[in-house]
Design a protein around this ligand. Structure first.
Ligand SMILES: [Mg+2]
Length: 209
């Protein structure tokens, strides 16, 4: 089995970091309730909200990438893939530089350094081959890469990826969606946690592939 996984907000989590930066800038009170969608919408509705949101993106994926967290359950999933010798590719739609900081930090290098820091590459860690990490400039290119690499299934937090015209039809789609209420087509399996993804992928019903 060849398992493809998205990176931002699927493997690396930014929710608390976004909240922290928004509070540091005095954009929100730390007591603002709700999940990531509410937080994002609140920031975007501020004066120059789009500008603030873009600046924040440049921060979290660039200089402050180190503060992103490994999402709960990802580690256990990747260890199981390693133990079962399932091939894993990480395929991320990530530009080299943030739109709001064109001369700034190389976002792809920042992501790779973060993976290194979280033991993605050594055999004693998740044993992922570095050449199995792919970055695409556009969503279409990402989908074409998923097809070209021959992934059997793909895990992503954005249903728009699965809806893309270039997303390969034969690839199984798992949407990692922690907030309830997302309406998607029957061809997409929604999982609200990585333990649920693990059960779905390695459950009794599908054997070891
Ligand atoms: Mg994502």
């Amino acid at each position: 089995m060849h398992i493809g996984i998205d990176f931002d907000n699927t493997i690396a989590g930014y929710d608390s970091l976004i909240r922290l930066i928004a509070v540091e800038n005095g954009w929100i009170e730390n007591t603002l309730p709700g999940g990531k969608r509410n937080l994002r919408d609140t920031i975007r509705h501020l004066p120059d909200g789009e500008g603030k949101w873009m600046a924040l993106q440049a921060e979290i994926y660039g200089p402050r990438m180190g503060e992103a967290v490994l999402i709960d359950g990802v580690g256990k999933f990747l260890q199981e893939c390693r133990d079962k010798s399932e091939k894993v590719s990480i395929i991320s739609h990530k530009s080299k530089y943030a739109a709001a900081a064109p001369g700034g930090v190389d976002l792809r290098e920042a992501a790779l350094a973060w993976m290194e820091g979280h033991q993605f590459f050594p055999d004693s860690g998740f044993g992922l081959a570095r050449e199995n990490v792919h970055f695409a400039d556009t969503r279409g290119e990402k989908c074409q890469r998923i097809a070209a690499l021959g992934c059997d299934l793909f895990i992503d937090d954005l249903h728009e990826v699965f809806a893309d015209i270039d997303f390969p039809v034969s690839v199984e789609k798992i949407l990692f969606e922690t907030e309830p209420g997302m309406a998607v087509g029957p061809e997409i399996q929604i999982c609200t946690s990585w333990s649920e993804i693990r059960a779905r992928v390695f459950g009794e019903d599908r054997g070891s592939g």
